[in-house]
Design a protein around this ligand. Structure first.
Ligand code: PHE
Length: 457
């Protein structure tokens, strides 16, 4: 079996580095800057972060390699790549369900992702107007709360963000996005460094670091292990086919293990940096780390309100967050679009618009979760948004990852893996151990543990 075809009908990344940037663009997003700090805060910091890091390295990296090699072998959308791989391995067609579940997860995630990204876009404007100069913590909280009370404002930004996402995916992934990612991703890193510099001046950097790295199991809540694993999948864009879809466009001369390691490290560094910045601000201002989805939107304005040139830095920062969200959003839609284009020879732009509209409608549920439906609770005190977030990140993505691990580890012919990965035998066997046993059993153990704790009350 030779390496998969030379190129994909959807286009190809122009180089190995372009793939790294694109996949890092998918991985680095709201998950790192918005979700990681608030989930870590909700779950007490240290021990949560340790479990999260273990999941990244023992489950995330091996599964990411699995996704990339699956995509690159066939060079089609995840559903069709699975179909072909099932045929090659003479396995049960039921495995293709991984692809369908991934498409569904992508929709669900994008529906709320666009709403939150909309908040970041609103904050670009609000920050630029100098609203936060000298703001107090009460002022920053009040501003955010009153913003959430206006469904129309939220819908306006959600719509704008969805339109941008659809517009970019419609043009094809390599058609302009490449350039933007090349310029904006490094800028995001640079600005995070500036923010880290600021965090050091707050006087609470040490407290933030100890909150994040003191592995105090006492503070670890019952659901924290599940949340940590879910966050690991979410932040690396794993378990739903985004990375598999991007893998289909990876040139044959790129090394899968090498590129994947770089991507995962970049993602982890951004999340940890964002956490240090946000928790420094939290502790310096006597705020609560566990205040949920609003954490970033209350802490950062405070910082920008106090630092020199805060209005400028703040505006640019929220702009970069919005952009990071955009480069993730397109990867949430790509698996479904590539599939429809292959299946029905459909025009990419038309498919993109239709799927965008469906996602937008579903997203209204998230918009209303913060105002009109704020008191509607589903399954244990959860708003519609909380439920969607829980089901996708804590259940669907880990389940997708578990199945991908089993499929690649137990079903695909070893020869194919050897050719795709080109690793020394020792490393290959280590990776096999991780995808065959550690990743699936790890996910399973966390599921069982959570169910058990839930049943025990
Ligand atoms: N990884 C992205 C983030 O951290 C979100 C994402 C999840 C993107 C799943 C694609 C697939 O923001």
């Amino acid at each position: 079996m030779a390496l998969g075809g030379e190129s994909s009908r959807h286009g190809m990344w122009s180089s190995r580095w372009m793939f790294i940037l694109a996949a890092a663009g998918s991985a680095v997003g709201l998950g790192n800057i918005w979700r990681f700090p608030f989930i870590a805060g909700d779950n007490g910091g240290g021990a949560f972060i340790l479990v999260y890091l273990l999941c990244i390295f023992l489950i995330g990296i091996p599964i990411m390699m699995a996704e990339v090699l699956m995509g690159r072998e066939v060079r089609k959308s995840p559903i069709n790549s699975l179909r072909k791989l099932v045929a090659i391995s003479k396995a049960s067609p039921a495995w293709v369900l991984i692809g369908w579940m991934g498409v569904a997860a992508g929709f669900f995630i994008l529906s709320f992702y666009a709403v939150i990204a909309g908040w970041a876009m609103d904050y670009v404007l609000v920050t630029a107007q100098g609203t936060f100069v000298g703001v107090t913590s009460e002022g920053a909280s009040a501003a955010f709360d009153s913003f959430l009370q206006s469904p129309l404002q939220l819908i306006f930004w959600q719509t704008l963000f969805m339109a941008l996402t659809v517009w970019i995916v419609a043009r094809g992934v390599s058609g302009g996005l490449e350039l933007a990612i090349r310029v904006l991703m490094p800028l995001l890193f640079l600005l995070l460094l500036v923010m880290l510099g600021y965090a050091l001046t707050t006087g609470s950097f040490g407290e933030a670091a100890s909150f994040m790295f003191r592995f105090d199991w006492e503070r670890m809540g019952v659901d924290a292990v599940l949340a940590a694993m879910g966050q690991a999948f979410f932040t690396l864009s794993l378990g739903m086919g985004a990375i598999m879809a991007y893998g289909a466009y990876v040139p044959n001369n790129a090394s899968v293990p090498g590129t994947v390691t770089i991507i995962a490290l970049l993602d982890t560094v951004v999340a940890i940096a964002a956490g240090l910045v946000i928790f420094s601000i939290v502790f310096a201002n006597g705020l609560e780390p566990g205040q949920g989805p609003g954490l970033m939107f209350i802490t950062l304005p405070l910082a920008f309100g106090q630092m020199p040139m805060g209005t400028l830095f703040g505006t640019v920062f929220f702009l970069l967050v919005s952009f990071a969200a955009l480069t993730s959003a397109i990867s949430l839609l790509e698996p479904a679009i590539a599939f429809l284009v292959e299946e029905y020879n459909a025009v990419r732009s038309r498919v993109a618009i239709s799927l965008g509209v469906i996602t937008w409608i579903l997203g209204l549920g998230t918009v209303f979760s913060f105002n009109l439906w704020a008191d509607v609770h589903l399954l244990g005190e959860r708003t519609f948004f909380d439920l969607l977030d829980f089901v996708t990140n804590n259940l669907m993505l880990p389940l997708g990852g578990l199945l991908i691990g089993l499929f690649v580890g137990w079903v695909l012919p070893r020869k194919l893996l050897v050719e795709q990965l080109e690793m020394p035998a020792l490393w290959l066997n280590l990776w096999l151990l991780l995808v065959r046993f550690v990743a699936p059993l790890g996910v399973l153990a966390v599921f069982v543990y959570t169910l058990y704790r839930a049943a025990m009350g």
